[in-house]
Design a protein around this ligand. Structure first.
Ligand code: NAD
Length: 488
């Protein structure tokens, strides 16, 4: 398939080299790796395939710049972020097209991600000038206590393919605001959005060496040596729990400050006093945003017995009406999955549930032709031992199970090692508060299907990780507290 001229021109506009110490350069050895369009399974372009030596050079550049950058005026750091925010907004259309080409999601969803991604820069441009310490009289009255906040130091960032820009700005924004330098390794499936972002930050006046970007086909090979390098002070990772666990173990060597934004298994609870139509609309957002490939995706629906069939049928009707196709096409709401492995995994989870007695109301099959498309699916009568109740589906599949009491609903919601987000639909205020308190997650969507907001603390508990991104909490991950005991 030949791609449209506008598509080729956004791909051509991105620098495909490594960005180290403010310079764009080829990988040492000159290797490249292919970026693929998941809607056609065809290559889009080649980018630099960074080596461990390149990664070490990137950390060297970050380390060299740390002291100077940490002393840069907060207003200056904030204004760089503000300028970058404005440029991202101005270029929303081209950045969204680029993202759709490499990741697959519909253009409208890519635009929504660009807006969300840019918001982290606006938010942290405002936070950069509000880093404070305190001066206090200790309880015994003698002496004084002074606390000050200082940048953590050079940071290592590793991001996933599902939100190619927002998962980056959520780390880069607060790091710039706090005065930290960094090495960023984006996912190899979706590096173009991050390379475009690096270009925007460069144009916005970010000094060379503050942000270094290394793309590579060998994540462990390039980032492993940096995690073991005493010059790095922090590791922030967004990705799967499996990889996160390994990285936490590796980071123990240098006792790095660590933030982990990991996988989820979000329960979506609908009580019998809920507005069922509103719950279905919320379910579409919570399930189908990003083709179901979101850590926040509703993974399983637990619905009160009295309204479960009505909910499942209405949801199936909405899902069945969604247009599936290449994300660049008019009216498409559901793009392809990221690759063949991901589609096979989704298919296996559905087959497992059907084999154990679940019923497909709609979908339950992959789509023929090129690209990795899977039909939006609703499964009813989900047996308790279905694997998709336990594992992250990461696809457009909604399993609906029923419950018969509030206690049973909370117990079902908490029956997972994950703890990122839950969704609760009820019109009873007391129940809403009881359930929000009883649920073991870092975030709850109460009568709404989306929680993501740059001004809110995003993050999980249990095996969904630790640390918070966004909100007033987000910058704390990049600051150390120093206490000075003063003898008056
Ligand atoms: P992944 O864990 O396979 O990869 C994430 C990143 O880690 C990629 O850049 C990858 O190249 C890199 N990586 C893989 N192995 C590595 C290693 N040994 N050393 C260093 N880096 C390594 O995850 P993915 O498939 O890209 O993304 C999907 C996962 O991300 C899902 O589990 C999803 O829930 C999670 N996620 C979580 C959040 C959150 O905020 N909690 C947000 C988005 C995605």
């Amino acid at each position: 398939m030949t791609i449209a001229t506008s598509e080729q021109s956004v791909i051509d506009s991105v620098n495909k080299q490594l960005f180290i110490g403010g310079e764009w350069r080829d990988a040492s050895g000159g290797g490249t790796l292919a970026v693929e369009d998941p809607s056609t399974a065809e290559p889009l372009c080649e980018i630099a395939d960074g080596t461990p030596e390149d990664a070490t050079a990137a950390l060297g550049a970050a380390d060299e710049m740390q002291e100077e950058w940490g002393k840069t005026a907060p207003r200056e750091r904030g204004e760089i972020l503000r300028r970058a925010f404005e440029k991202i907004v101005e270029r929303t259309d081209e950045l969204a097209l680029l993202m759709t080409l490499e990741m697959g999601k519909a253009l409208a969803e890519s635009k929504a991600e660009i807006t969300y991604a840019a918001e982290f820069f606006r938010w942290f441009s405002e936070e950069a000038v509000r880093i404070e310490g305190r001066y206090a009289v200790p309880p015994a009255g003698a002496g004084r206590m002074l606390t000050m906040k200082q940048p953590v130091g050079p940071c290592l960032f590793i991001t996933p393919w599902n939100f190619p820009m927002a998962m980056g700005t959520r780390k880069i924004g607060p790091a710039i605001a706090a005065g930290c330098t960094m090495v960023m390794k984006p996912a190899q499936q979706t590096p173009l959005s991050m390379l475009a972002l690096a270009g925007i930050l460069e144009e916005s006046g970010l000094p060379g060496g503050v942000l270094n970007v290394v793309t590579s086909s060998s994540s462990g090979g390039t980032m492993g040596p940096l995690i073991a390098d005493p010059r790095a002070r922090k590791l922030s990772f967004t990705g799967s729990t499996e990889v996160g666990r390994k990285l936490v173990a590796q980071s123990a060597e240098q006792l790095l400050r660590v933030s982990m934004e990991l996988g989820g298994n979000a329960p979506f609870l609908v009580f019998d006093d809920a507005d069922v139509d509103a719950a279905v609309e919320g379910a579409i957002v919570a399930k189908m945003r990003n083709i179901g490939e979101a850590c926040t995706a509703a993974n399983r629906f637990h619905v009160a017995g009295g309204v479960a069939s009505e909910f499942a049928e209405k949801l199936a009707k909405r899902m069945d009406a969604m247009k599936v196709g290449r994300g660049t096409e008019e009216g498409v709401e559901v793009g392809p999955l990221i690759d063949g492995d991901q589609r096979d995994k989704v298919g296996d989870l559905v087959d497992d549930a059907l084999g154990k007695g679940a019923r497909a109301l709609v979908g339950a099959e992959k789509m023929e032709g090129s690209g990795y498309f899977y039909r939006p699916t609703v499964l009813d009568d989900i047996p308790e031992d279905a694997t998709l109740l336990k594992e992250e589906i990461f696809g457009p599949v909604a399993p609906v199970a029923s419950f018969d009491s509030e206690e049973a609903a909370i117990a079902a919601a908490n029956d997972t090692e994950y703890g990122l987000v839950a969704y609760v639909y009820t019109s009873d205020l007391k129940r809403a508060l009881r359930v929000c308190e009883g649920i073991e997650t870092g975030m709850v969507g109460l009568n709404q299907g989306m929680v993501s907001n740059a001004s809110a603390p995003f993050g999980g508990i249990k095996h969904s990780g630790f640390g918070r991104e966004g909100g007033i909490e987000g910058i704390e991950e990049y600051l150390e507290t120093k206490y000075v005991a003063i003898n008056l």
